[in-house]
Write a protein of this length. Sequence first.
Length: 318
Amino acid sequence: MIYNTVVLKVLTFIVLFLGFSFSIMSFASLLKPFYWLFDVLTHFSLQYALALALCVLLGLVIGIRPYLLGLFAVALVMNLYFLFPFFWPRSREEANSNVLRVVSLNVLTSNQNYEKITTYLRASNADIVLLSEIEPELMTVIKTSLADLYPHVYNEAMEGTHGLAFISRLPFVKTETIILDERHHRFLTAELEWQGKRFKIYGSHPHAPLAGRWARSRNEEIEVIREHIKQETKPHILLGDFNASPWSTPMAQLFAQTNLRHGALGFGIYPTWRYRTMLLGAPIDHILVSEDWQVSAYKVQRDVGSDHFPVFAELQLP
């Protein structure tokens, strides 16, 4: 009897501690426009929802006070509201052979497993790939070992974390590099032709919000990207490691002021980056498409030795 009482007290403490912690972080994330750390909290809505669902279920079993249970339930519902559009199935056409396969992959500058990266790229069967944090040494390996698959390269590789490159099966009609800030963050744009139609693809890797000034830099970079996208009339795709969740302030503004939508809608949203463990993972790599595109598949794919997972999408122009 004493043992059961101790177990119940310990379990109650754990449920209350976790329930309060995840509820506070959930509600604090609503203050995202006012402080950068609150915006970072938006990265973990999936974890909040799973933890709070467990707390509510255990709370019902062990009989915690109704008002506490209600608090946890409100926080849970709020997170489910954010997640719902991604997990609610959408009607879509069956994929056919005429699909454009695109991949966004942050390779991680310290990742020396070049063979794992090139093996994945060959197996992905993608038509266009955006590579982030790509350095000249790895770019040389990719150009040499995958020349048969990706003969067209738009190369802005550089030392450090700012390198970007498009590799493509399709020839580039036109390319442009836009420098976003004094730290050499850049925004790649390329025009291509597919199935007799011209389209634009944009790739970027804004600053990681590891401090207030870096968060402001990230937001300013996404704002510049947003202003370019607003003027685009052709079918277009925006992809990359944005260091921002779909619910963060700059991404919410991007969706609100352009005709872009997230490619993962209806396919689920999962962490694309993790710090040591998936418990500290966040969906910060995205493939976004204009309303011209039909998304027939969207996946977070296997580990390539990076702290990011590749993001893959199959797209169609109806």
